[in-house]
Design a protein around this ligand. Structure first.
Ligand SMILES: Nc1ncnc2c1ncn2[C@@H]1O[C@H](COP(=O)(O)OP(=O)(O)O)[C@@H](O)[C@H]1O
Ligand SMILES: [Mg+2]
Length: 371
């Protein structure tokens, strides 16, 4: 297999897409993907993920910019000549062909010798654990098995780059998790370059070595998963990555017996923990405090807020407790089990080292960590 080519790199230079009718799907975008890297494009529906992937695949004309794969610009190269394989949400298997013939179809079209096709289909089937399915027709397969065949069809091509567009969206939750781990293992085993599109932040966090967060056609942040989690570039990324989502409290900071947040209602103040020492210029102007549910604890003798419990969700291993602070919902994620009654007034403590501050404007930039 042709692996270890350091030149194999996907590069987008100021690539944009405007659909007819002046629909700007992707704003000029720069992105470099190293050989062997697993990159995930994530963002809400309609943010331009599929368009970006389809431009890389050559299925969508690019409006501006250059896309290169390896050392050649592929703007005008036909999809079939780009050395890529794409796996979609719909499996698009040929119903009248066996699994084996489906997997070998691309190679037959390219006139590879029969023995080579049999060998490569066999290898891919072994990797995916579907050897016993090779003689079956697609209709005799479960959704998970079909998606494995679709993966197999990509693997036999031995492409330089694998492109995935929400390949697991049609599967039930359990199968999704299983296929997710299989794709991760496949990446490890093949060492191939993979670009994966999903709207699901959990999939992005668990699969991606690097994640590209998009919104409204604009790249918001490109970073490894834990960097996104710990240092989101802006309020959108903070709220999009992580589940349950980050809590946000708009207001402004004042120094008065320590640091406090005066909430936007002008009445509620939250005492911030002693270890939280943001830069001086953040005290005064309007901003939004962000804190993840796992960094809000219930109880504590120096609480940031005291408020009534609204709803309690006991999951066994953890408990989600829902509150309101100054009209904003605040979720606390507590390890293990918590017993408390609805409407009971409880203390909420914020972990000092995990408080985020974002601009109050549209951009909502992270005020504690730049870029
Ligand atoms: N063929 C098309 N013609 C016009 N607009 C399109 C077309 N395909 C996608 N769009 C628009 O481009 C934007 C991005 O779409 P898409 O890339 O499919 O988003 P995502 O995959 O992130 O959900 C959306 O606003 C969508 O409506
Ligand atoms: Mg899409």
């Amino acid at each position: 297999m042709k692996r270890g080519n350091a030149l194999a790199l996907v590069k987008l230079a100021k690539v944009s897409k405007v659909y007819p009718g002046n629909v700007r799907a992707v704003a000029p975008m720069d992105l470099e993907i190293a050989h062997g890297e697993f990159t995930v494009l994530v963002g809400p529906s309609g943010c331009g993920k599929s368009t970006t992937l389809r431009m890389i695949a050559g299925l969508e004309e690019i409006t501006e910019g250059d896309i290169s794969i390896g050392d050649r610009i592929v703007n005008d190269v036909e999809p079939r000549d780009r050395d890529i394989a794409m796996v979609f949400q719909s499996y698009a298997l040929y119903p009248h062909m066996t699994v084996g013939d489906n997997m070998g179809f691309g190679l037959r079209m390219r006139k590879h010798p029969k023995e080579e096709i049999t060998k490569r289909v066999g290898e891919a089937a072994r990797v995916l654990g579907i050897e016993e399915l090779l003689q079956r027709k697609p209709r005799a397969l479960s959704g998970g098995q079909r998606q494995r065949v679709a993966l197999g069809r990509a693997i036999v091509r031995n492409p330089e780059v694998f492109l995935f567009d929400e390949p697991l969206s049609n599967l039930d939750a359990k199968m999704r998790v299983q296929m997710r781990t299989e794709i991760a293992r496949l990446h490890h085993r093949l060492g191939a370059t993979m670009i994966y599109v999903t709207h699901d932040q959990t999939e992005a966090m668990t699969l991606g070595q690097r994640i590209v967060v998009m919104k409204d056609g604009f790249v918001q942040q490109v970073a490894p998963p834990l960097d996104l989690y710990e240092r989101p570039a802006n309020r959108f990324v903070g709220g999009f990555i992580g589940s349950p989502a980050m809590n946000f409290l708009p207001g402004h900071l004042i120094q008065q017996d320590g640091l406090r947040l005066v909430c936007a209602d002008g009445q509620t103040t939250c005492e911030l923990p002693a270890g939280f020492e943001p830069p001086a210029q953040t005290v005064g102007p309007k901003l939004v405090l962000g804190i993840r549910p796992e960094h809000v604890s219930v109880g504590g003798s120096n609480p940031s807020a005291a408020t009534e419990l609204q709803v309690l969700e006991s999951l066994g291993n953890e408990t989600l407790a829902y509150f309101q602070v100054a009209g904003q919902s605040v979720t606390a994620r507590c390890p293990g089990q918590l017993t408390a009654g609805i409407d009971e007034k409880l203390n909420l403590s914020f972990a000092a080292e995990h408080i985020h501050l974002f601009g109050a404007d549209e951009e909502g930039a992270n005020l504690l960590h730049e870029g």
